[in-house]
Design a protein. Structure first.
Length: 364
């Protein structure tokens, strides 16, 4: 009896990927159009507002670009960081937890350094976030190297542990809890002092946050690190075959621990920048970048330029959906999230279909 099985396509060309991606996007937009029509909304108008992120006819269009970039920066950095681990075939699924622990440590600095200059405070916030997240990543990698633990389960559990930690902090009104406002009877996270809030370069009315500049520079550094350095080459070799790496005399354990430390530390950097930009902390500070970053790294095929472009496109999609939803009282942010999910799922299915095909096993 013949059985079906999956076979990787031999000709996964850019043209094929583009055709399949476009087909997936069109199908998802068609599904969204049906939902919009059922709510009495013109899908063409809605998609027009979504794809232009609310810029057309908006006297405060620069605010739309600023809002989109606030989504783009943490998503880009997190995706690059996850890509480092994935390239080594170390499945770091703990982006959410690593981001949250970084945010907690960054906020700890922000609430306890009221008299220091802004650049110093923000640098300390980022350093604390990177160190705390990096230590978690290093711990997971050490357990993997020494005891062959399952890194997927380990990093996944970290997400929930840290999520419940920050929720505990946000729900506990106590003298020790400097994260909460002192002038409120209810437990509400406090706002940072001005010296802990991210600044930027004024270009007319538009503010180019320094975090955007950092993200672009970091992208170039990660690209050069992977492309032109010995350590970047070692990551690729370990990802291709750890046995080959050992045979070549590479210390695989050290490479895994070093790379995982920097993967988690970069996610911490994203958390420090995002926390400083928002001026406060909450359990939703991640904006799900730990999960979305996995999709971005996958769709970008772990290529730094592709991850940059994919992050930008998804940031436009996320902000565009939110901007479009605000114009129609019949829908809310939940519909925007639903539409994003449909589009991303369709693109992932298209990527899978472009990479694999179903074939019959020949009878023995």
């Amino acid at each position: 009896m013949n059985r079906f099985h999956l076979v990787r396509r031999a000709d996964t060309s850019i043209r094929r990927l583009v055709v399949y991606y476009l087909a997936g996007i069109l199908i998802s937009l068609g599904i969204g159009a049906i939902l919009l029509v059922s709510l009495g909304i013109n899908p063409i108008e809605y998609y027009g507002r979504m794809l232009t992120i609310g810029l057309v006819g908006n006297r405060y269009a620069y605010k739309c670009i600023e809002g989109m970039l606030k989504i783009f920066v943490p998503l880009l950095i997190t995706s690059l960081a996850l890509g480092l681990a994935f390239k080594m075939r170390f499945w770091n699924i703990g982006g959410e937890g690593e981001f949250l622990i970084g945010a907690i440590c960054a906020a700890t600095v922000a609430f306890n350094c009221p008299g220091l200059p802004k650049p110093v405070v923000i640098l300390l916030m980022c350093a604390a976030a990177m160190l705390s997240s990096g230590i978690i990543g290093l711990a997971v990698a050490t357990l993997k190297v020494r005891f062959n633990t399952n890194e997927t389960l380990m990093t996944l559990m970290i997400n929930y542990i840290v999520l419940y930690l920050i929720r505990y902090i946000g729900d506990t009104k106590a003298d020790w809890n400097f994260f909460l406002r002192k002038d409120s009877q209810r437990p509400i996270f406090g706002e940072f002092a001005d010296n802990a809030k991210m600044g930027g370069i004024m270009l007319g009315n538009f503010t180019l946050l320094y975090s955007v500049v950092v993200a672009v520079i970091l992208t170039v550094i990660v690209y050069a690190y992977l492309k032109f350095t010995k350590r970047g080459y070692e990551i690729s070799v370990v990802g291709d075959s750890s046995a080959t790496a050992k045979y070549a005399g590479m210390n695989v354990g050290r490479i895994v621990k070093r790379t995982m430390f920097w993967s988690a530390a970069l996610i911490g950097l994203a958390a420090g920048l995002a926390t400083s930009t928002s001026g406060t902390i909450s359990d939703s500070i991640t904006n799900n970048v730990g999960w979305t970053g996995i999709i971005v790294a996958w769709l970008g095929k772990l290529s730094v330029p592709a991850i940059f472009i994919t992050s930008l496109l998804i940031a436009v999609l996320q902000y565009g959906c939110q901007a479009a939803a605000t114009q129609y009282p019949a829908i809310d942010s939940n519909f925007a999230d639903l539409l994003q999910g449909i589009i991303l799922f369709s693109v992932l299915v298209s990527d899978f279909a472009a990479t694999f095909r179903i074939a019959k096993k020949e009878a023995a």
